[in-house]
Each structure stands twice: as structure tokens, then as C-alpha cells.
Design a protein around this ligand. Structure first.
Ligand code: NAP
Ligand code: MN
Length: 275
């Protein structure tokens, strides 16, 4: 077996703008350099994001063209997050684990988004948490197809399509279910749908399996907004938006003491309530 030396591993550290994160990033950089790791933002093997889950979303988009090669690690400067395995006081443990690392990874599905404009332009994007589709100025009216079945004509604020790991983010605020990230599925959640004796949507979140394609076709092609995680795009002439589980995945460095997903959910949303 070929033993991987620390010097064979290229590590990128990206921090958010907060002073604490910047300092922590610097400290981590020094510790890793001392151990012989190469620190570079160019073609890294490992990307360490310092900040919160929001920072990991930014790191994901920065390296989204290199997903097959890169493994991510999240360090949270506040509490324990969903994409973060380490907290700010655990840098030494992180360095030790990286020294022992032999390439093991944990992978999660991401969302592929295809936007087709009326002029024939097509954009492909990837989301780690979710993508939402809304009309900018008035009530959105759109036909929703699931695997070519015309499912419903939606009227309301918009529609969110989330990944399993994104299910605890915006999706949860919209009344969507929390999905264990080992389940390869997408979730459709409505944003304030109009439901009365003229307009009808299912009204509940839907969980769609891996192979199914979701298509949303707006009935009017005026300004619509598409969000991809923490980014927003506005277009005037969207013909159709398609969503499917992407054929790439996001990989994380597998940590020896990976916190259970249910612990994270409990920590984030329930906490320690006295009984
Ligand atoms: P933000 O508005 O600064 O923060 C959104 C919050 O969501 C932060 O507390 C963030 O955690 C948390 N978060 C991010 N990903 C999560 C996940 N997978 N599970 C649970 N919580 C998560 O925006 P941001 O930090 O750039 O993050 C963008 C995300 O915000 C979007 O992808 C969307 O999911 C979410 N969002 C939610 C709503 C809503 O709930 N009404 C509205 C818009 C956007 P950290 O503090 O650790 O960064
Ligand atoms: Mn944030």
C-alpha cells in the first residue's frame, strides 16, 4: 500500500468575513503548514470552510467545478452546524485527523438545475441546499410536471426544491419534512399556494425519488427569480426550469467522530428542554 504523505495533500482554507473566522483560518493554516501540508487555493484536494453552514455553501460554489476531486471539511465558529464537523476549539483534533486521513469520504446528493430561456439559452447550475423559483412582481402561475406527468397548476409565491441536506434549511421553514441525508431524493415545498374552489395544488410537501425529473413551466415569461442556495438570479424570459438529482455529489472528509444527523437536528431545533 502506498502511504500518502501530508505533503501530497493540497489544502485550501476559506473563511467568511468575520474577524473570528479570519483569525481561526490563519491559525489553522499555520498548524497545517507545520505538519507539512501544502496550502493552496489552486486545485486543492481538501477544502476547509471556516464560518457556518452559509460559508460552506459559498465554499461549495467556489469549487463546484471540481466536485469529483475535492473533499470538504466544515469548521463552525458559532455552534455545531449541519455541514460542519468541527467547532473552533477543535482545530488540533482536526489536524490530527487530517494526518491520519487516507481519503475516506462521505457523500451527499446535490441538486442539478437547468434553466431554459425563450431565446434558446440554457444554464446549468448546482445547489447544495435548495433552489427556489418565484415570480418577481406578482403571483406566480406555473405548471408543475413530475416525470412528464402534468401534476398541478401552481399559483402562489413560489416553489422550493431541496436536497436531503438542505431539508433542514429553507425547506423546513416552508413546512417541509426533515430528510435523512442518506435518502437520495428531492423535496418540493410550496411557498404560500393559493387554494380555493378555483385554484388547487396538492398543498403538502412532496418527496421525489432519485430518477424523477421536476419541471416548472411559468405561464407568463415576465420577471422571475431563481435562487440557488445563497445566490439570486433574475430573468425576464424563462421558458422552463428543470430539477433533478445531479450526477455529481458533494464529498466530505469522513471524520472518525462524525456527529449523528439526529443529534444535529435535535441540537439545532429542540435543544435541551427541561422535562
Ligand atoms: P443566511 O440568511 O445568512 O442564513 C440562513 C440560516 O440557515 C443560517 O442560520 C444558516 O446557518 C442556516 N443554514 C444554512 N444551511 C443550512 C442547512 N443545510 N440546514 C440547516 N440550517 C442551514 O443565509 P446563508 O447563511 O447564506 O444561507 C443560505 C441559505 O439560507 C439558503 O440556502 C436557504 O436554505 C436559507 N434561507 C432560509 C430562509 C428561511 O428559512 N425563511 C429564507 C432564505 C434563505 P449558519 O448560521 O451556520 O450559516
Ligand atoms: Mn449564515
Amino acid at each position: 500500500m502506498i502511504q500518502m504523505k501530508n505533503t501530497d495533500k493540497k489544502i485550501a482554507i476559506v473563511s467568511n468575513y468575520k474577524q473570528h473566522s479570519q483569525e481561526l483560518g490563519q491559525e489553522l493554516m499555520q498548524k497545517l503548514r507545520q505538519e507539512g501540508f501544502i496550502l493552496t487555493l489552486k486545485n486543492p484536494d481538501i477544502v476547509i470552510s471556516v464560518g457556518g453552514d452559509g460559508m460552506l455553501l459559498s465554499a461549495f460554489h467556489r469549487f463546484e467545478r471540481q466536485l469529483d476531486k475535492v473533499r470538504f471539511i466544515g469548521v463552525h465558529t458559532g455552534h455545531l452546524g449541519f455541514y460542519t464537523d468541527y467547532q473552533s476549539f477543535e482545530l488540533d483534533e482536526l489536524v490530527e485527523n487530517l494526518k491520519m486521513d487516507r481519503g475516506a469520504r462521505v457523500s451527499y446528493p446535490i441538486l442539478g438545475v437547468r434553466v431554459a430561456l425563450e431565446n434558446g439559452d440554457v444554464y446549468h447550475m448546482k445547489a447544495l441546499n435548495e433552489s427556489t423559483f418565484k415570480r418577481s412582481d406578482r403571483t406566480m402561475v406555473a405548471d408543475v410536471f413530475i416525470n412528464k406527468v402534468h401534476f398541478e397548476r401552481f399559483r402562489g409565491d413560489g416553489i422550493s426544491i431541496s436536497t436531503p441536506t438542505g431539508s433542514t434549511a429553507y425547506n423546513k421553514s416552508l413546512g417541509g419534512a426533515v430528510l435523512h441525508p442518506s435518502i437520495e431524493a428531492l423535496q418540493i415545498a410550496e411557498m404560500a399556494s393559493l387554494n380555493n374552489n378555483i385554484y388547487r395544488t396538492l398543498g403538502s410537501p412532496i418527496i421525489v425519488p432519485k430518477k424523477d425529473k421536476i419541471e416548472i413551466i411559468p405561464t407568463r415569461t415576465d420577471r422571475h427569480t431563481i435562487t440557488i442556495d445563497n445566490r439570486t438570479y433574475t430573468h425576464k424570459n424563462i421558458e422552463k426550469v428543470e430539477y433533478q438529482i445531479d450526477h455529481h455529489k458533494i464529498h466530505f472528509v469522513a471524520t472518525p467522530r462524525h456527529t449523528s444527523f439526529w443529534n444535529r437536528v435535535k441540537d439545532a431545533f429542540i435543544g435541551d428542554i427541561e422535562e
